[in-house]
Design a protein around this ligand. Structure first.
Ligand code: GTP
Ligand code: SPV
Ligand code: MN
Length: 599
C-alpha cells in the first residue's frame, strides 16, 4: 500500500466505479508473477511451453478482434480540438469521459482489480517517470512486469507527494456470478473499444482491448503520447526510436537512435550482428527513447522500458539471432502457432513447418491450411536484460550521449539507401517527410500510396503534428550545432523491377552504419546532392556481398523526376498542418525544389 493520498483516493474512486470483487496492489515479486500465470493457466487462457525447450515460457492466444493497436479507436481528447491536430481522432474530453464512465460502471465485476505502480526508466532516476496502471487483466500484470519496473519499490520512490500518470484499463468484460472466461476477454466489437488520452490531465483511459499498446499503457500511451506532451512542455524528446551502441575496430564507441515506423526494423537493427569484421553492436532499447540535454549540451537518451515487445513472424537465426536467443526462456508469446510437442512455431522462423500445429486462432493447422499459423502481429514479451548483446550501460540513469539519429520507412523507390542531412533543420525536414508504402495489411483502397509518418510518430502523437515538428526545430536552437546529433535518412527497402529487395538488410545494415560512423569522424567520402549528402558508391563496404557497384549506384542516386513528384505529395501533406507548419520546413521544401530544378 501507499501513503500517497492522491493515489489511494484515485484507486478508491476507480474501485467504486468499476466494482471489482477485490483489489490487489502489485508488489512485483516473482511469486506474484507465478500466481498470475497460474490463474491464467487454470482459466485455460495460457499454455505452458515445454520446460526443456522453452523454460519459463507461455503462449497466449488473443481474440481475433484484438490483435494489434486500434488506431481508429485511439483518441487524443485535448480540451481544444485544434490541439489534437489533423492526424489524431478527437472527442471532447467532457463527452468522452461521460461515455467511458458509463462503460466503466461495473465493468470489473467478477474480477480482481490490479493496481500496478510502474516506473518508466530506472527507479529513482531523475529522467524516469512514474505511472500507475489500474487493470482487470492478469495478462497486463505479467506483461507490465517484463516491460517496465513495477511494484513496491515504485511506490517507495513515489512517496507521499510524488506525481504519477493515471492509467486506467479494463478489458470490458464483467463476469456474472459463477461465470468463467471463455477465451481471451475483451470487447469483440472494435467500434466499442477506446484508447483515450487526456493530455492536459496526463491521464489515460483504455477500455475493451487487452492487447499490446492498447493495454500495456506504459508503452505508447504514456511513454510516447503523454510523455510527448510533457517533453514539449519541458524541452526534451519522447520518441519512437531504438537506441544502439556501436564500437569500431579501433575501440571507439558511439550511441545512435533510430526512428522507423512499426514493423519496419527497429528491433532487428537494435540487436543486429554486424557482417563486417571488428564492429560490435550492443542494444540499449528497441522501441522508445527519451532524450534530454545533459550539462555538456548534448542529447542523452534513456530507454524507459525494461523489456521488448517484438514482432514474432520473420524472427529467425538468420534475420535476428539475438532475439531468438533472448526469447528462449522467461518470455511470453502471444498469437504464435503451438506445435504438438508444446513449442512455438511461426512463419519466417527458419525452421521447417511441422505437419500439424494449433494456429493462433486455436484451430488445427497443417502446411496445406492456406492460412498463417502465427498472426502477422504476433509478439514476444521478453526481459531486456536477457538480450545477449544488451549494453552494460543500458540502465544508466544518466542515459547515453547520442551522436546520430537514423530515420526511415519502407520505400521501394525514390529514397536512397542512405542520405546525410546537411544541418539540423534539413534533418528535421527529412524526418517530416518520412513515410511508408501502405501494404495490403492497411487500408485496402490506398495500397502502394505513401503514408507520411513524421519521425515514425504518426500513431503516437499526443498533440498537433505541426507543433511537434516545431518542437524538433526548437530543440536545435537550444545548443551548439556541433553538439546536436547528425540525422541520416536510410531505406533498407528499395526494390528492383522484379520486386526483389535490392539491399540485403538485417546484419548487412552494419555496412551503412559503418559509413555513418566514418562520416561522424570525418573519414568517409560523400557527395553533396540536391537532396543531401550521399555516399560515393564505393564508400560503402560491400566486400563479401553479392551486390555490384552498379546496384550500389542505383541505390545511391537522386531520381530527379521521382523527387519532383515527391515534392507535390509533401506539399499536399504540409497543407494539412495549416498555419502550424513550421516556416523553417516550408523553406526547406522550397529550397529542395529549387535545387532539384537546377539538376
Ligand atoms: P514495432 O515493434 O512495431 O515498433 O516494430 P519494429 O520497428 O521494432 O519492427 P521489427 O524490427 O520487428 O521489424 C520487423 C519487420 O521488418 C519484419 O518483417 C522484418 O523482416 C523486417 N525487416 C527488419 N529489418 C529489415 C531489413 O534490414 N531489410 C528488410 N528487407 N526487412 C527488414
Ligand atoms: C508498435 O506498433 O509500434 C509496437 C507494438 O511497438 S504496440 O506496443 O502494440 O504498439
Ligand atoms: Mn513500436
Amino acid at each position: 500500500m501507499t501513503k500517497n493520498l492522491e493515489l489511494t483516493k484515485w484507486v478508491d474512486e476507480v474501485a467504486a466505479l468499476c466494482k471489482p470483487d477485490s483489489v490487489h496492489w502489485a508488489t512485483g515479486t516473482e511469486e506474484e508473477y507465478q500466481d498470475m500465470l497460474n490463474i491464467m493457466l487454470d482459466a485455460g487462457l495460457a499454455t505452458k511451453l515445454d520446460e526443456k525447450k522453452k523454460p519459463g515460457c507461455y503462449l497466449f492466444r488473443s481474440h481475433p478482434s484484438d490483435v494489434a493497436r486500434a488506431e481508429m479507436r485511439t483518441f487524443i481528447a485535448s480540451r481544444k480540438e485544434e490541439d489534437a491536430g489533423p492526424t489524431n481522432n478527437w472527442i471532447d474530453p467532457v463527452e468522452l469521459k461521460a461515455t467511458m464512465t458509463k462503460l466503466y460502471d461495473g465493468c470489473m465485476s467478477g474480477r480482481v482489480m490490479y493496481v500496478i505502480p510502474f516506473s518508466m526508466g530506472p527507479i529513482g532516476s531523475p529522467i524516469a517517470k512514474i505511472g500507475v496502471e489500474i487493470s482487470d487483466s492478469p495478462y497486463v500484470m505479467i506483461n507490465m512486469r517484463i516491460m517496465t519496473r513495477i511494484g513496491t519499490a515504485v511506490l517507495e520512490a513515489l512517496g507521499e507527494n510524488g506525481e504519477f500518470v493515471r492509467c486506467l484499463h479494463s478489458v470490458g468484460k464483467p463476469l456474472a456470478a459463477g461465470e468463467k472466461d471463455d477465451g481471451w476477454p475483451c470487447v469483440p466489437n472494435v467500434a466499442e473499444k477506446y484508447i483515450s488520452h487526456f493530455p492536459e490531465e496526463r491521464m489515460i483511459w483504455s477500455f475493451g482491448s487487452g492487447y499490446g499498446g492498447n493495454a500495456l499503457l506504459g508503452k505508447k500511451c504514456f511513454a510516447l503520447r503523454i510523455a510527448g506532451v510533457q517533453a514539449r512542455d519541458e524541452g526534451w524528446l519522447a520518441e519512437h526510436m531504438l537506441i544502439m551502441k556501436l564500437t569500431s575496430p579501433e575501440g571507439k564507441s558511439y550511441y545512435i537512435t533510430g526512428a522507423f515506423p512499426s514493423a519496419c526494423g527497429k528491433t532487428n537493427l537494435a540487436m543486429l550482428e554486424p557482417t563486417i569484421p571488428g564492429w560490435k553492436v550492443e542494444t540499449i532499447g528497441d522501441d522508445i527513447a527519451w532524450m534530454k540535454f545533459g550539462e555538456d549540451g548534448r542529447l542523452y537518451a534513456i530507454n524507459p522500458e525494461a523489456g521488448f515487445f517484438g514482432v514474432i513472424p520473420g524472427t529467425s537465426m538468420q534475420s535476428n539471432p539475438n532475439a531468438v536467443k533472448q526469447t528462449l526462456s522467461n518470455s511470453i508469446y502471444t498469437n504464435a502457432g503451438l506445435t504438438d510437442d508444446n513449442d512455438v512455431w511461426w512463419e519466417g522462423s527458419g525452421l521447417p513447418a511441422p505437419d500439424h500445429l494449433i494456429d493462433w486462432k486455436g484451430n488445427d493447422w497443417t502446411p496445406e491450411s492456406g492460412e498463417p499459423a502465427a498472426h502477422a502481429n504476433a509478439r514476444f514479451t521478453t526481459p531486456a536484460a536477457q538480450c545477449p548483446v544488451i549494453a552494460p550501460e543500458w540502465e544508466d540513469p544518466a542515459g547515453v550521449p547520442i551522436s546520430a539519429i537514423l530515420i526511415g520507412g519502407r520505400r521501394q523507390a525514390t529514397i536512397p539507401l542512405v542520405n546525410e542531412s546537411t544541418d539540423w533543420n534539413h534533418g528535421i525536414f527529412l524526418g517530416s517527410i518520412m513515410g511508408s508504402e501502405i501494404t495490403t495489411a492497411d487500408i485496402t483502397d490506398k495500397v502502394g500510396q505513401v503514408r507520411r509518418d513524421p519521425f515514425a510518430m504518426l500513431p503516437f502523437m499526443g498533440y498537433h503534428m505541426g507543433d511537434y515538428l516545431q518542437h524538433w526545430i526548437n530543440i536545435g536552437k537550444k545548443t551548439d550545432a556541433d553538439k546536436l546529433p547528425k540525422i541520416y535518412f536510410v531505406n533498407w527497402f528499395r526494390k528492383d523491377e522484379e520486386g526483389k529487395f535490392m539491399w540485403p538488410g538485417f546484419g548487412d545494415n552494419s555496412r551503412v552504419i559503418k559509413w555513418i560512423i566514418e562520416r561522424l569522424s570525418g573519414d568517409a567520402k560523400a557527395e553533396t546532392t540536391a537532396i543531401g549528402n550521399l555516399p560515393l558508391p564505393d564508400a560503402i563496404d560491400i566486400s563479401g556481398l553479392d551486390i555490384t557497384l552498379a546496384d550500389m549506384e542505383k541505390l545511391l542516386t537522386v531520381d530527379k523526376e521521382a523527387w519532383l513528384a515527391e515534392i507535390e505529395s509533401i506539399r499536399e501533406n504540409y497543407l494539412s498542418y495549416g498555419n502550424r507548419l513550421p516556416a523553417e520546413l516550408a523553406a526547406e521544401l522550397d529550397k529542395l525544389q529549387a535545387r532539384l530544378n537546377e539538376m
